[in-house]
Design a binder for this molecule. Structure first.
Ligand code: MN
Length: 498
């Protein structure tokens, strides 16, 4: 028993050191108090894995610290299970740790488990509704929830088989897409890879088997490229970090399964990608020149400049695909700052990396929260719908429809970016630009060519809606192919108003 206690203390001590490394002004006493509170609340409790329960909130704390989050979130992570699983009351927490922590902890508790399977769809819808509301109120609720899910997925083997599969499926359906939409790219990859073998055991084995050789060869190529590129960059006096990154297994499988790939590895260019991190934006373009000087770019697939035109989730980077012998390899170029934003997404806004945040008062940090809220328009959209939709079926459909689908991004002729679900058409695009633009559609052009209105758009398409003079009732047959809730609602509304 003694050794186990010491183990928990040791984990806590290590996380504390990590926190102090990114936030020297961290309120250590505040964190210690929360740790003691959590330890006391979970005393004698075990997880199904046989571990002392306290290890779980500590692992959650560790993830939140790795994402460089603020003290309030860290404390909420330590306390996140105390209300649900022990005697502690939310009023205790508010009294000891303040209203903000209490709000986040109760947000996390309220969400409880979002069940896709099991009891009833109403219950599921209700949970999802709560999660979206909590998210709209304070994103940190979701960060704690994601850290919680991450550790639960790591210890999934301790659960009975049917629960294992249900939880893993839910992770794929809800939590992974959610983390992607929050811009937490690496969390999404981790969650998916943890869930993959439980939900699709056969396919998992197959992908591991088939890709082993490919990864091995690709990694050799990457090593050589790293060396050559670093040398050339040094000649240009550019300080850079160059490394390879492997595509996550689950997303590799998804891509292999796509009809246009059909298990042809030659058609996937980013199985192994080379990443170049530099200091400034102009260095990115110099690095691009250096890369193209050594390796011929594949002009067919081309260069994507997400620095000039960031993706809707804020992602910035230059991607180019170059020939290395017979093979095409993706090279990603970005600044260190863009890299940390890409890895931490919305969480990056809570980081203490900039000086201002370090000296911020709690009130100013609250304002920071407001900024994050404004940036993530889709969350407020979801929260808006949920209040309009009394019926849980309708709500569920809307959310499944929109929020948790794979996304594509479409450009307006002016270069504005719109984030739409996979399968979106020019009609969806029109309604997302403006709620009544859909009623003025005369015709639609994609990449300069007139297309039919049910054309499925692809990421990167430029979509233009040519307007007619007067607004017209939308065609209700559009309902057969639109995929966004906004379009659907507007079309139904016009039909009803008739
Ligand atoms: Mn938990």
């Amino acid at each position: 028993m003694e050794t186990k206690k010491a183990e928990a203390d040791e984990i806590f001590g290590n996380v504390l050191l990590e926190v102090l490394s990114y936030n020297p002004d961290s309120r250590v006493d505040f964190l210690k108090k929360a740790y003691e509170f959590s330890k006391k609340a979970h005393k004698g409790q075990k997880r199904l894995s046989g571990e002392d329960f306290i290890i779980h909130p500590l692992e959650v704390l560790g993830a939140l610290a790795a994402w460089k989050l603020d003290d309030t979130t860290l404390v909420s992570g330590l306390l996140h299970d105390t209300v649900e699983d022990s005697e502690a009351k939310i009023s205790d927490i508010e009294e000891k740790f303040g209203a903000e922590v209490a709000r986040i902890v109760s947000g996390v508790t309220k969400i409880t488990d979002i069940r896709l399977v099991g009891k009833s769809e109403d219950l599921y819808a209700e949970n999802l509704r709560k999660m979206i509301l909590a998210m709209a109120e304070d994103l940190r609720v979701v960060f704690v929830k994601l850290a919680d899910r991450l550790h639960n997925m790591k210890t999934l083997n301790a659960l009975p088989k049917d629960k294992r599969i249900a939880n893993a499926r839910e992770t794929l359906d809800i939590y992974a897409p959610l983390s992607e939409r929050l811009g937490l790219g690496f969390v999404k990859g981790k969650l998916e890879d943890l869930a993959f073998p439980f939900v699709y055991p056969e396919e998992y084995k197959k992908v591991v088997e088939i890709s082993k050789d490919y990864y091995k060869k690709a990694n050799l190529i990457i090593k050589k490229m790293e060396k050559r590129i670093l040398q050339s960059l040094a000649k240009e006096k550019i300080r850079a970090k160059v490394n390879g990154r492997e595509k996550h297994l689950y997303s590799l499988w998804r891509k292999l399964e796509r009809p246009d790939t059909d298990w042809d590895f030659g058609k996937i260019y980013d199985i192994v990608a080379l990443r170049i991190l530099v200091e400034g934006i102009s260095d990115c373009y110099v690095a691009l020149g250096v890369v193209h000087d050594i390796y011929k770019p594949n002009s067919k697939i081309g260069v994507s400049d997400f620095i000039a035109q960031p993706k809707p989730n804020g992602y910035r980077s230059i991607h180019t695909k170059v020939f290395v012998g017979e093979r095409v390899v993706e090279v990603q170029i970005r600044t260190f700052k863009m890299h940390s934003e890409a890895e931490f997404g919305a969480a990056a806004h809570w980081m203490y990396s900039d000086k201002k945040a370090k000296n911020a008062t709690p009130q100013e940090l609250e304002k920071g929260a407001f900024k994050v809220k404004k940036q993530l328009r889709w969350i407020s959209e979801l929260a808006g719908w949920q209040s309009q939709m009394r019926d849980s079926k309708e709500f569920l459909e809307a959310v499944r429809f929109d929020a948790f689908k794979e996304r594509i991004f479409i450009f307006s002729p002016k270069g504005d970016v719109y984030n739409l679900p996979l399968g979106a058409t020019p009609v969806d695009f029109a309604y997302s630009v403006h709620t009544d633009l859909g009623n003025f559609i005369k015709l639609a052009k994609v990449n300069g060519k007139v297309v039919s209105l049910d054309t499925k758009l692809s990421s990167g398409d430029v979509c233009e809606i040519v307007k007619q003079k007067n607004s017209k009732k939308p065609n209700k047959y559009w309902l057969d192919f639109v995929v966004t809730t906004t379009a659907r609602r507007e079309i139904l509304k016009a039909d009803r108003d008739e």
